[in-house]
Design a protein around this ligand. Structure first.
Ligand code: 1HE
Length: 266
């Protein structure tokens, strides 16, 4: 599989070294609002990435805001039927499921507004890094709308049902350390969230691809299963991953004491 960078209009797609790719929502004048075409481009990239040798992806937004959510102007002008919008939402799910279950680590570099569908997009990434400008909200209630890109699943999973309902009913905004404490992001940085996300992507890209595939696919699948089925599936995945020939050199390095040990941060 091959990623054709030139085919993207609303995304800027760039290959860095060590198999790390950077995907940037590239409509800053629209605050990177998600129109139908952007969603199709996300489906395309994240469907192709797992088979194109992508080892980790940084997902960022161009300009001062990560993403303003659903393109409200397009939605207003299209005056969609219920069936039309259902199909739009199914394409959002296609894109975000490809992200969450695709097996390639995705690190979201957040700044400014991460709101509505922008938070749905961010919550499909495996790691979220925020900076001091980042804020999270679900303004759907105020707009006469409802979430359609998986917030009832992923945002509720991150912050819990009650907090999500409060965010939607009252327009509550979370930012700063409180957002990390709630689980909306795993890192907050003084400087650039992009630099930190890139550092984390390079770190993840050092793992064997099959290990990352399991981490960025199996964990999510297993959360959807009964404990009994998840334990069975975990054993099967571990059977495949933990016996991969590529792991033998790493195990040998541990055995001969040349591999780094796990140490506490002091
Ligand atoms: C947009 C959008 C958008 C900006 N769709 N065009 N999401 C929201 O309710 C968030 C709506 N946006 C905002 O609250 C603000 O725009 C921001 C806080 C993100 C940024 O504020 P600001 O002052 O920097 O920008 P602005 O002046 O409000 O907007 C600049 C331009 O971006 C302007 O376009 P212009 O052509 O007049 O210059 C805006 O129209 C445009 N823009 N946000 C379209 N969202 C699957 S269901 C998901 C449901 C949802 O996501 S609901 C949440 C929608």
């Amino acid at each position: 599989m091959h990623i054709d960078i030139a085919r993207y209009e609303n995304l800027a797609v760039e290959a860095r070294d060590e198999g790390v790719w950077v995907v940037t929502l590239n409509r800053p004048t629209k605050r990177n609002a998600l129109d139908a075409n952007t969603i199709e481009e996300l489906v395309d990239f994240f469907s192709t990435a797992p088979r194109a040798g992508v080892r980790a992806t940084v997902l960022a937004g161009s300009g001062d805001h990560f993403c303003a959510g659903l393109d409200l102007i397009e939605h207003h002008q299209a005056d969609r039927s219920p069936a039309d919008f259902m199909h739009i939402c199914l394409r959002w799910h296609e894109a975000f499921n490809k992200m969450e279950y695709g097996g390639v680590p995705i690190i979201a570099a957040l700044n400014g507004a991460v709101v509505g569908g922008g938070l749905e997009l961010a919550s499909a990434a495996h790691i979220r890094v925020m900076d001091k400008t980042t804020y999270f909200a679900l303004p759907e209630g105020q707009r006469g709308l409802f979430t359609g890109g998986g917030a009832t699943i992923r945002v509720a999973d991150l912050v819990g049902k009650s907090r999500m309902i409060d965010m939607m009913l009252t327009g509550r905004v979370y930012q700063g350390q409180e957002a990390v404490d709630l689980g909306l992001a795993q890192y907050i940085v003084e400087g650039s969230s992009f630099e930190k996300a890139l550092e984390l992507a390079h770190k993840a890209a050092q793992n064997l691809p099959l290990s990352n595939f399991a981490i960025c696919s199996a964990v999510s699948h297993m959360q959807n299963m009964s404990a009994l089925d998840a334990a069975y599936a975990e054993a099967v995945v571990a059977g495949v991953v933990n016996t991969q020939p590529e792991a033998r050199a790493r195990l040998a390095a541990f055995a001969d004491k040349s591999a780094a040990r796990v140490r506490a941060n002091y």
